[in-house]
Design a protein around this ligand. Structure first.
Ligand SMILES: Cc1ncc(COP(=O)(O)O)c(C=O)c1O
Length: 363
């Protein structure tokens, strides 16, 4: 008997999310961001489900790219962090990978020594994120060097937004203006928009959109959930009640006794804890669904268990289904209670602990 934790992935939702994003940005190609193990969903399963629907995949490193190629993925793949070492150059041709080039070190790796096969690069400009990308001052010379290099093809010019998930700050419009001004005379495809920009900044869509979080049905905006944008959650995190015990009024529950029971009730123990990726910081009252009804979290989350208040479910019993997030409980709601970030919750899921994983069609 194994622990009853299951991630269900809803292929139908994934497909609908792609369609939704395509309808929002109908003139753009779609680079599906599957870095960080497809935001915790499972790189190969997600990429195989997405391959016929998208125009390419964004991964962080060659290891992820090779996993995709070994799994038979033939779509375009872009290394979003670019080359990190000289020996990675051989992979570009061998596995037909494209790469972001964001600094002089990478440009040198690609231009210093003749490459037998041409390489498509995504040239990245820093317009204010100040993480990766050539400065506006460097950019004309970088462009010139790329044009002069017969084995490099600049496929796309790109930049990345720092604050597109904040609707009312001027940063996004400013970054867009800088990018447009610097690239207006360059006849090459352009890409700027992450999920937040796709959903709220139509002027940023350009030739390629690069959705991550929204693909998985989750809102990048703290005050919205995916369904507000017609998106559906792809990940359903499920478990079961593994024990129930009565608790008298005034008794405490769990480590540190941070919850004191206000009435005689029953507490359910759920097989799910911070070792599995559930946020330890989730406080008393964070919603958990038992038998499709809310049974709030009580007491501190432990490594492999958490406890819920079953006061309103006298019929609940050992083995009953529990949903930690998914269709009936948006991950955005759990993140808000826990003071966490949906991105972090998804990426933090510890799949090694999860005994079953399958893609399920939900109609
Ligand atoms: C360069 C780049 N583009 C797009 C994305 C996708 O972002 P989001 O998940 O907010 O759509 C990321 C994610 O980190 C990124 O680094």
């Amino acid at each position: 008997m194994s622990r009853p934790l299951v991630i269900e992935l809803d292929r139908h939702a994934l497909r609908q999310n792609v369609q939704r994003l395509r309808s929002i940005a109908p003139h753009s190609k779609l680079l599906a961001m599957v870095k960080a193990n497809a935001y915790g969903h499972g790189l190969i399963l997600i990429a195989q489900a997405l391959e016929p629907l998208v125009d390419g995949f964004g991964v962080s490193c060659t290891e992820e790219a090779l996993l995709l190629r070994q799994a038979g993925i033939r779509q375009r793949i872009v290394l979003m962090e670019g080359l990190l070492a000289a020996d990675e150059r051989t992979f570009l041709a061998a596995y037909q990978l494209e790469t972001v080039v964001h600094d002089c070190h990478q440009l040198k790796l690609l231009t210093a020594q003749r490459l037998v096969h041409p390489v498509k690069v995504w040239l990245k400009m820093n317009t204010g994120m100040n993480r990766l990308g050539f400065s506006l001052q460097e950019f004309p010379e970088v462009w010139r060097q790329c044009q002069a290099c017969s084995w490099l093809e600049v496929a796309v010019l790109m930049t990345h937004f720092a604050s597109s998930d904040e609707r009312h700050v001027p940063t996004t419009a400013h970054q867009l203006a800088l990018f447009e001004r610097a690239t207006q005379n360059l006849a090459v495809e352009k890409s700027i928009a992450n999920s937040a920009a796709i959903l709220e900044w139509p002027q940023t869509h350009q030739d390629w959109i690069r959705p991550g979080l929204a693909l998985y049905g989750v809102s990048p905006f703290a005050d919205r959930i995916g369904s507000d944008y017609g998106l559906k959650p792809v990940m359903q995190l499920n478990s079961q009640i593994i024990s129930i015990h009565p608790l008298q009024r005034g008794e405490k529950v769990g480590y540190g006794g941070v919850w004191r029971n206000p009435r005689d009730t029953r507490v359910g123990v759920v097989a799910m804890g911070y070792g599995d990726g559930y946020p330890r910081c989730a406080p008393n009252g964070t919603p958990v669904y038992v038998n499709h009804q809310c049974a709030p979290l009580v007491g501190r989350v432990s490594m492999d268990m958490l406890t819920v208040d079953l006061s309103h479910q006298p019929q609940a019993q050992h083995g009953d289904p529990v949903c930690l997030w998914g269709h009936e409980l948006p991950i955005e709601t759990v993140a808000r209670h826990a003071g966490a970030f949906s991105y972090e919750l998804l990426c933090g899921i510890n799949r090694g602990q999860l005994v079953r994983m399958h893609i399920e069609e939900k109609k």
